[in-house]
Ligand binder design. Structure first.
Ligand SMILES: [Ca+2]
Ligand SMILES: [Ca+2]
Length: 320
């Protein structure tokens, strides 16, 4: 049993915290981290919790929500903190590119989209002729996540949004994304140990969808989430930072170049700007994917020019 180990304590605390998906608020614990962050040299890094930190400058408190314009995406302020990135060896479904686990410090608060970018938000960029019209693959537009997105097209949107708002919008780094997705959890999924709870928190590959797509070999969750393909953003419960759809719905492009392991990865929360930069990283799994891919540590590489019916993104904003 792990009960008597430091790791066990952290895991237990993290699962308790993850069971309370309330939006983080100032003055409330940001996680089980007052006990500190334990990483001993030469020891496998145990997934750890989020360290509470003071509010950022500019009056934007962790957990608060803002929009920079009427058609801009709603943003959540994510607190600074520390976590362990990657998956432990005993995590079901993990693959070698999720190792070595390593400590990462997110030094400053940043803002992350409360949801994936929607068709409505994308279409504002398209109306300004800064973005191409996006295909919805027949799944529906409006508040559904924009799909058929390449990394390159996502970069066009963040450039347009930055120019429109005069704020520093960008894709999140891979480290920022995983930190935000975990929201203090060290489990494979931010809601806790049970994969069977997926349909409360995520739009995943469910049995009805598998029947339609006749993809009997592809692992599906046991539950029905009610959506055949994409779901309107925010249809499911958020994680402890108040972020929705961090797992499932659309895969999300992040800023980093592809690297096949975490050996040499940045530990300061920045994006990895070297490696195979013709390929970029996707996170979070999508509506067409089952349990092995619906994990916060899961990484997927794809060509920066490639798109698909389950590929989207959410934006980050650097805070002053
Ligand atoms: Ca589904
Ligand atoms: Ca997603």
């Amino acid at each position: 049993m792990i009960r008597n180990t430091a790791r066990g304590v952290l895991l237990a605390l993290a699962s308790v915290y993850a069971a309370q998906p309330a939006i983080a608020q100032e003055g409330k614990a940001q996680g089980p981290s007052s006990s500190g962050y334990v990483l001993t040299s030469g020891q496998a890094a145990a997934p750890a919790a989020v360290a509470p930190a003071p509010a950022p400058a500019g009056g934007l408190k962790p957990g608060s929500e803002f929009k920079d314009c009427a058609t801009c995406p709603p943003m959540i302020v994510v607190p600074p903190g520390k976590f362990v990135m990657g998956s432990p060896p005993n995590e079901s479904g993990r693959v070698d590119n999720e190792e070595p686990t390593h400590a990462v410090t997110i030094p400053n608060a940043f803002a992350l989209g409360k949801y994936e970018i929607t068709f409505d938000e994308w279409d504002a960029c398209a109306a300004d002729r800064a973005c191409a019209r996006a295909d919805d693959s027949g799944f529906g537009r409006g508040r559904r996540p924009v799909i058929n997105m390449s990394y390159d097209s996502a970069m066009k949107y963040v450039a347009w949004l930055s120019d429109k708002t005069k704020k520093q919008y960008r894709l999140p780094s891979e480290a920022e994304w995983e930190y935000a997705a975990r929201a203090g959890s060290a489990e494979a999924r931010f809601w806790g140990k049970s994969a069977d709870q997926a349909c409360q928190y995520a739009n995943v590959f469910n049995p009805t969808t598998r029947a339609k797509y006749k993809d009997a070999d592809r692992g599906a969750f046991a539950c029905e989430d009610g959506y055949m393909e994409t779901a309107p953003v925010g249809s499911f419960k958020p994680n402890a930072f108040g972020l929705h759809d961090m797992l499932g719905n659309a895969w999300e492009w992040v800023a980093d170049c592809w690297n096949g392991t975490y050996a040499g990865a940045p530990t300061d929360g920045s994006a990895w700007a070297t490696g195979d930069c013709t390929k970029r990283v996707l996170r979070g799994g999508g509506w067409y994917f089952g349990p092995r891919n619906i994990r916060v540590a899961k990484r997927l590489k794809n060509w920066a020019t490639r798109s698909g019916h389950d590929l989207g993104f959410r934006v980050a904003r650097t805070l002053p």
